[in-house]
Design a protein around this ligand. Structure first.
Ligand code: SF4
Length: 337
C-alpha cells in the first residue's frame, strides 16, 4: 500500500474510458460549449483496452481494490463489455463498478453483467421530465433512463445506486419524489451537493442545497436516521429510513468535505493521472506506456504521483476562494466525476 502526504492510502481508481457523452448536462458538459463541432479525443488519443488493463494490473499491485468505469458516458465507448471482461479478470480487483446515465443500458446491461461488472450507479437528477430534459440538454427523457434501470435490474444488478446532483431552484423541488420512488423500488438514492467542478458550470454557493437541508426535507416526509459509513473513505453520508424501508446517501463535498479519507485516483481517457476531482494538471502515463516503459517504470510514476499528493480541495475551497476562481480545473467529463 502506498500513502500520500496526508497518510491516505491508494485504494480506488476511477477510469474514464471516453471523453464523449450522449447527454449535455449543464453542470458538466453544457451544450453551448460542447456543440456539433467540438473536437473530442480521437481513437488513437484514448487508451486502448489493453493499455487500460495493463495499467490496472500495475495499480492493483500498489493497493487498488476498487475500479469504477466512468467517462464522459462509458457506454458510448464501443465494445465496453470487452474491457469490462478484461478488467474482471484482473486479480485483486474486488469491486468493478460503473457510473452511467443508463440511456444505453437496455442494449448493454446483460452483456456487462455477463462480463463481470459487479455494480452499477445511474445518474438521474429528477423524475420530472421537463426538469430532467433541461438538465441534460434535452438529450433524453426520464422514461428512457427508467427503461435502462429496469434493464439493469433484469440483468441482476441489485441494489442499484441512483445519483442526483441537487441544485437550488433547478431540481431541488423534486428530491422528495426521487427519494420516494427509489425507496419503493429498493434503489439507493444518493443526493450530491452541487460542486464547482471544472470551469464551465457557473457554480455559486447559493446554488448549493446543503446536505443538512436535503436530509431535513426528506426526513419531514420519510423519516430518516443517520447510520455509519460502510467503510473508511466512503464518500456518502448514509441515512436509513426509520420504517426499515432502505437507505439514502448524501455526498456533501461542499458543506461537509471528506478529503481526509479520500483514497481515489483518477485516470483520464487519454492516460493522465489526476489526484483530485478539482485537480489542474495530470501526470501522463500514455507516452511512457507507448514508448515501451516496463511495469516497474510505470509503477514508479504512479508511486511518485501518489506519495507527493496533498490534495484536499473541498476542505480548502473557502480558503482557496481567490485561487478557486482563477484555478483552471480539469473538466469533470474528462475524468468522470
Ligand atoms: S476534493 Fe479532491 S481530495 Fe477532496 S475528496 Fe474530492 S477528490 Fe478527494
Amino acid at each position: 500500500m502506498i500513502h500520500d502526504q496526508l497518510n491516505r492510502v491508494l485504494r480506488d481508481v476511477r477510469i474514464s474510458v471516453t471523453d464523449r457523452c450522449n447527454f449535455r448536462c449543464t453542470y458538466c458538459m453544457p451544450a453551448e460549449v460542447f456543440g456539433e463541432s467540438f473536437q473530442f479525443l480521437s481513437h488513437f488519443d484514448i487508451l486502448s483496452f489493453e493499455e487500460i488493463t495493463r495499467l490496472t494490473h500495475v495499480l492493483v499491485k500498489l493497493g487498488v481494490v476498487k475500479v469504477r468505469l466512468t467517462g464522459g458516458e462509458p457506454l458510448v465507448r464501443k465494445d465496453i463489455e470487452q474491457l469490462t471482461a478484461m478488467l474482471a479478470q484482473v486479480g485483486g480487483v474486488d469491486d468493478l463498478t460503473m457510473t452511467t446515465n443508463a440511456y444505453l443500458l437496455p442494449q448493454k446491461a446483460q452483456a456487462l453483467k455477463d462480463a463481470g461488472l459487479r455494480r452499477i450507479t445511474v445518474s438521474l437528477d429528477s423524475l420530472d421530465d421537463a426538469v430532467f430534459r433541461r438538465l441534460n440538454g434535452n438529450r433524453a427523457g426520464v422514461q428512457q433512463v427508467l427503461e435502462g434501470i429496469a434493464a439493469a435490474e433484469q440483468a441482476g444488478f441489485s441494489p442499484i445506486k441512483i445519483n442526483a446532483v441537487v441544485q437550488r431552484g433547478v431540481n431541488d423541488h423534486t428530491i422528495v419524489d426521487l427519494a420516494r420512488w427509489a425507496k419503493e423500488r429498493g434503489h439507493i438514492m444518493r443526493f450530491i451537493e452541487f460542486m464547482d467542478v471544472g470551469n464551465l458550470n457557473g457554480w455559486r454557493m447559493e446554488h448549493v442545497v446543503p446536505a443538512r437541508e436535503i436530509a431535513q426535507r426528506i426526513h419531514a416526509v420519510l423519516p430518516l436516521e443517520p447510520t455509519e459509513r460502510s467503510y473508511r473513505g466512503e464518500v456518502a453520508m448514509r441515512f436509513r429510513y426509520q420504517d426499515g424501508g432502505g437507505e439514502i446517501g448524501i455526498i456533501a463535498s461542499v458543506t461537509q468535505p471528506f478529503c481526509g479519507d479520500c483514497t481515489r485516483l483518477r485516470l483520464s481517457a487519454e492516460g493522465k493521472l489526476y489526484t483530485c476531482l478539482f485537480g489542474t494538471e495530470g501526470v501522463d502515463l500514455r507516452e511512457p506506456l507507448r514508448a515501451g516503459a516496463s511495469d516497474a517504470e510505470l509503477e514508479q510514476i504512479i508511486v511518485n504521483t501518489w506519495t507527493r499528493r496533498t490534495d484536499r480541495y473541498s476542505e480548502d475551497r473557502t480558503a482557496l476562494t481567490d485561487d478557486a476562481h482563477t484555478r483552471r480545473k480539469v473538466e469533470m467529463y474528462h475524468i468522470g466525476g
